[in-house]
Design a protein around this ligand. Structure first.
Ligand code: DNO
Length: 389
């Protein structure tokens, strides 16, 4: 079988991204992962806007490989009375993307919040800065900022004790930073307000885990026709972190979750964005085993590493450091890739803020140099595991 390389991609937030397309080229990626972040969630992505973005990318000699993300509106996730309106918009956006030849779409089914971190500048031993998720800080946010009813019940006594002790030492500015970090959304997209979060927590409490699973199936079944007709591959991003947080249900966190998602809507369009960092943060997750269980449906990969402590708090480690055995993952991914007609796109997910980027205003996790390092290491690893130079 003739060997193909994985497709090296890079997340780009669009023309406002401080990392330019020229920078992306110098990093060596060929594919762009982007979204129309200026379109409010739930609205149709107009054909002209997609064409314009595609033209900018192609003028730089790059390809728009993956859309990350076409956000799934909360009305769909909660299956509100107006869900059908948003489903129709979603289908139109998919058709418009397909008409422009863009066929791989990433999305998530996390309630209200996308990825969650408690600190965005944890200093590493080498002076670079990493994103951090700390259960103690999350508990402080939950108990003292959000003030969620019965929140105590969701933490063990050791975390509660340490959270209360630490809370007593924090000043207003530090609490404010914590609030901003937890509520932070995608750059250029709407921030979540505390009040919205509170209302959503109640709404999702009534839906529950099984209800959210049903709602995901409802969503997938509603777009199945368009995806199959247009040859679109949908890739669900794992929950990040892969645990229920703030009382919100989670349905894409574990091996069982992914088997359920694939088996319940067992059609080729229904795929997975295999994110080693999100899955690797699960104390019980065997990331390689999850890959092996769903590999035929992996249409996109985020390669990143995490280092966990005994509480399950974690920081984002170097791409080839941390708890995920990237060597094993790369071997499995390249073996699967060898069977494909189209190479699997992957991107170096996140990176440390380092070198000149330390003095710059960067999007958390998405500064240039840390990702450039990550991509370089992963690209070398790919050559190393395959022997294909
Ligand atoms: C974080 C990203 C996520 C991801 C969405 C997909 O860096 O991996 O925000 O884009 O969850 O919908």
């Amino acid at each position: 079988m003739k060997y193909k390389k994985l497709e090296q991609t890079w997340r780009w937030y669009g023309p406002n991204d401080p990392v330019s397309l020229q920078d992306v080229k110098q990093a060596g990626a060929t594919g762009i992962v982007t979204a129309l972040h200026h379109i409010p969630h739930g609205e149709v992505w107009p054909l002209e806007d997609i064409r314009e973005r595609k033209a900018i990318i192609e003028a730089a000699g790059l390809t728009w490989s993956v859309v990350e993300s076409v956000p799934v509106h909360e009305a769909i996730k909660t299956r509100r009375h107006d869900a059908e309106h948003y489903l129709e918009n979603y289908r139109i956006s998919l058709r418009n993307l397909s008409q422009c030849g863009i066929k791989t779409v990433c999305y998530n089914f996390m309630p209200v919040l996308d990825w969650t971190r408690t600190q965005l500048d944890l200093e590493m031993a080498d002076g670079s800065k990493a994103l951090y998720f700390d259960w103690i800080d999350l508990a402080i946010f939950d108990l003292h900022i959000l003030k969620r009813e019965n929140a105590e019940a969701d933490y063990n006594s050791s975390i509660l004790k340490r959270a209360n002790e630490k809370f007593a030492t924090l000043n207003e500015a530090e609490l404010q930073d914590l609030r901003i970090n937890v509520l932070m959304g995608i750059p250029n997209e709407k921030e979540i307000e505390l009040e919205t979060l509170r209302a959503s927590i109640n709404e999702y409490a009534a839906i529950g885990t099984q209800g959210l699973k049903e709602n995901l199936k409802f969503f997938l079944n509603a777009i199945a026709g368009v995806c199959t007709e247009e040859g679109i591959k949908m890739t669900i991003h794992p929950d990040d972190p892969p645990y229920p947080i703030l009382g919100l249900p989670r349905i894409a966190s574990t091996l069982e979750d992914f088997e359920y998602i694939i088996n319940e809507v067992n059609q080729a369009f229904n795929g997975v964005c295999f994110c080693t960092g999100s899955l690797g943060a699960g104390m019980k997750n065997d990331t390689l085993a999850i890959f092996n269980a769903v590999k035929e449906r992996v249409y996109f990969a985020h390669l990143r590493n995490v280092k966990k402590d005994d509480d399950g708090s974690f920081y984002e480690a170097d791409h080839l450091g941390g708890d995920v055995n990237m060597f094993e993952i790369m071997k499995a991914l390249t073996e699967e890739n060898a069977k494909r007609e189209q190479p699997i796109p992957f991107r170096p997910d996140h990176g440390h803020q380092m070198l000149d980027d330390l003095a710059k205003q960067t999007n958390p996790g998405y500064s240039a140099i840390g990702r450039l390092r990550g991509l370089a290491e992963l690209r070398g690893l790919e050559v190393g595991v395959t022997g294909n130079y």
